[in-house]
Design a protein around this ligand. Structure first.
Ligand code: FE2
Length: 193
């Protein structure tokens, strides 16, 4: 997959075929919004990375919600699906997003070691960062506002994992903010894929 058009076409096809997505238009919009925020973040970071790849990762970050009804583990089901399509780098970028490490630590899903779900690259950090500032209709919100929005919509289990994972996700958010503000020391904390 070499272009945004190709990725959008792929996403449209997956969404059309999916019986798991309730609001297909909203789902596509969310991918586009994350793709845009991730790209803005990349530009502000001044890091050298493949801008097409990064925007494709934004578009496809929630593809797991299309291909499986296991919403809870969607970063993993999505990444596994992308690997089947030989999109290994995009898979790596989306596999760790948001609270999946804490979810797997609780559920023991496929005996995956939760430590393997740490964010180790800036590309992964940008996806989680974008998810945490993208509010309803793409309006940017603060980290705390987004967490509050997510918690209102979800159940006790989400409350539990988001409480455990909050310091880790907040740290990733703060690291990206530091990077965007031009802090040079933070660059070494993650790799560039
Ligand atoms: Fe997601």
């Amino acid at each position: 997959m070499n272009s945004i058009i190709e990725a959008l076409d792929f996403l449209h096809r997956q969404v059309r075929q999916s019986s798991y997505i309730r609001n297909k238009c909203d789902f596509i919009s969310h991918g586009v919004q994350i793709s845009y925020i991730v790209d803005e973040t990349r530009i502000a970071s001044k890091l050298k990375m493949d801008n097409v790849e990064m925007r494709i990762a934004g578009l496809l970050h929630d593809i797991g919600r299309c291909v499986s009804d296991d919403d809870l583990h969607h970063p993993i089901t999505g990444a596994d699906f992308l690997e089947e399509q030989r999109l290994n780098r995009i898979a790596k970028i989306i596999r760790t997003h948001n609270f999946i490490k804490e979810v797997v630590a609780e559920t023991g899903y496929k005996n995956i070691d939760p430590e393997s779900l740490n964010v180790t690259t800036w590309q992964e950090a940008f996806i989680t960062y974008a998810s945490m500032i993208c509010g309803k209709d793409g309006q940017k919100v603060s980290f705390d506002e987004k967490l509050e929005m997510q918690r209102k919509k979800r159940d006790d289990f989400f409350m539990k994992i988001s409480t455990i994972g909050e310091p880790r996700i907040r740290e990733i958010y703060n690291d990206v903010e530091l990077l965007k503000s031009g802090n040079k020391d933070i660059i070494k904390k993650y790799e560039v894929l």
